[in-house]
Design a protein around this ligand. Sequence first.
Ligand SMILES: [Zn+2]
Length: 79
Amino acid sequence: MVNCPLCNAAIDVDEEDLDAGDSLICEECGANLNVSGTSPLELEPDKEDDDDDEDDLDDDDVDDDDEDDDDEDDDDAWK
Ligand SMILES: [Zn+2]
């Protein structure tokens, strides 16, 4: 039995069954939790639907959007 780091609810999972990198869901608050360590057991709340890889892509997209805005300004020139 482990406790959710967010709502402190008891999660019905055997501590000995968990390995670092495992993920579980708190049934009480619905948080996705990642096991970051097992001795002692550490649970880290996962960000909603955000993978680290996607964050990197999002940053690139923001830069692209800025460039698109510049292009729109240029569009006025050829009208
Ligand atoms: Zn919880």
